[in-house]
Structure formats: C-alpha cells, structure tokens
Design a protein around this ligand. Structure first.
Ligand code: F6R
Length: 248
C-alpha cells in the first residue's frame, strides 16, 4: 500500500478525479473502454463532483466508461430514496453522458431465490468486460471494503452478506433509525476487489484514523478485511491529514 496524504479531502479528491479522467482520455485515443469500480457513501462524493465538473467544463466524455458499483442494500428497491442507485444517479450518472447500459449496480430488488444467480452473473459481467481498471474504495470503521465485513475471506466473490452492527449504527441516521436499516447487502467480494488492476482507497477525517492505521500497518487478517489490500500490487491510500494522523 502506498499512502499519500493531502492537506484536505478537496485536494485529495481532485487528484483522484484527475487520475480517472486521464485514463478515460488515454483510452479514448485508441477507442477503448475504461471499467471503473465505484463506491457510494460520503467519501467519494467530491470525486464525483469533480468528474461532473470535468464533463461540463472540459467536455470530458464518459461514453467509453463502464461502471460496476461495489454494493447495494438487500432488499432494496432501486427507486427508494435509500438506494445506491438513487445515490449514484444523483451524484454522478444524471450529470454525465455515460450510456445507461454501461452502468451496473447490484440489484437489491432480487428475490431470495434468484439473488445467487444475479451475483454470479455480476462477477461474469465484470470479467467479460476485461476486469476493473480502477476500483474506488471507502473504508468502514469495521475495516470493511465494499460491504465485506470482518470474517470475509480473501477469495470471497459477489454475494449477500449480513452487515456488522457498527455499520448498521453508522447508517442509522440516513435511514431515520437503526430499525429501518436493511440487515443485509449484496457486495462484491474481497476477491472481486483484489482482482482490480488498480485500487484507490480514500479516507477523510479523524474518525477513520484508527482503522487506517490497522489497515496499513496491522497484521493481515480476516477480522479487518481492508488489511488484505496489503497484498495488492497497485493500491494507493489517499488520505487527508486527520485520517493519516495515527500512521507511524
Ligand atoms: C460504499 C461502500 C462502503 C463505504 C464505507 C465508508 O459503497 O462500499 O464500504 O465506502 O462504509 O462509508 P463513508 O464514505 O460514508 O464513510
């Protein structure tokens, strides 16, 4: 893991957005696609703001971009205000020229009966598109990446998982109460994430500083899934000063 510390999450997000935009433009020269792995939550929103800005002000096109989101609550209707579909539309997709058919988000409206089939097809679709070029990640206080909570194995693939109590508590205010937070989610696995050619994990604020220390400097173990990223050959942690404050 390479760590890069920025004065502010704003500056850090600009760096990440630039890297993504540069790859998109590079591939456009040879008419090739870019496959992006995307995250929701508060961490990547400024990156999405910058990508929208580049689209509007620098006419960056997303016509050659294919996206796969990490996760979605389960069950979750796509038109719910709590869905990650709505989140992505609001923060990114509604404001750029990406083709609708190139957007992939785990389908929270699957049934118990067909969700396994959906998860296997999601994996196959990522592979069919040549794998993920850049995977964007946030990190949960449990050390989850995607919704791979403690106990997730290095080889795990897209599947239904039960959310950790800490994660449910962190989501409670968004859902107007703990009792409204779905107990489960569909998530890409650790193995799915590790297969990405490049991984950029972002973290802002003091609240993330302890888990960042564990992830970067701690022993690699299933109880902190983000530690598996230490095995990846092209993984950067982009941090603000507060998130980096516990690193030695
Ligand atoms: C979201 C995701 C999660 C979040 C993590 C941090 O798609 O996969 O792992 O990245 O829970 O959330 P925030 O950014 O809200 O602190």
């Amino acid at each position: 893991i390479n760590t890069h510390v920025y004065d502010s999450s704003e500056a850090a997000s600009l760096y990440v957005a630039r890297e993504i935009a540069d790859l998109i433009k590079e591939r456009q020269k040879t008419s090739d696609n870019v496959v992006l792995g995307l995250a929701t939550g508060s961490t990547p929103t400024k990156v999405y703001d910058y990508l929208v800005k580049f689209h509007k002000e620098e006419s960056l096109s997303f016509k050659n971009v294919i996206t796969f989101n990490l996760d979605e609550y389960f069950p979750m209707q796509p038109d719910s205000i709590h869905s990650y579909v709505r989140f992505m539309n609001e923060h990114l997709f509604d404001h750029i020229d990406i083709l609708k058919e190139n957007i992939h988000i785990p389908d929270g409206s699957c049934t118990k009966e067909n969700v396994k089939e959906f998860c296997d097809a999601y994996e196959a679709k990522i592979e069919k598109n040549g794998g993920i070029d850049i995977q964007i990640l946030g990190i949960g206080r449990t050390g989850h990446i995607g919704f791979n909570e403690p106990g997730s194995s290095l080889s795990s693939k897209t599947r239904v998982v039960r959310l950790d109590r800490v994660t449910l508590l962190d989501a409670a205010s968004d859902f107007f109460g703990l009792e409204n937070v779905p107990a489960k989610a569909i998530t890409m696995g650790v193995g799915t994430i590790m297969a990405a050619k490049r991984i950029i994990l972002m973290a802002w604020g003091e609240g993330k500083s302890l888990i960042i220390k564990h992830a970067v400097e701690g022993e690699i173990k299933e109880s902190i899934p983000a530690t598996f990223l230490q095995h990846h050959v092209n993984c950067d942690f982009i941090l603000d000063e507060a998130a980096a404050s516990n690193l030695t």
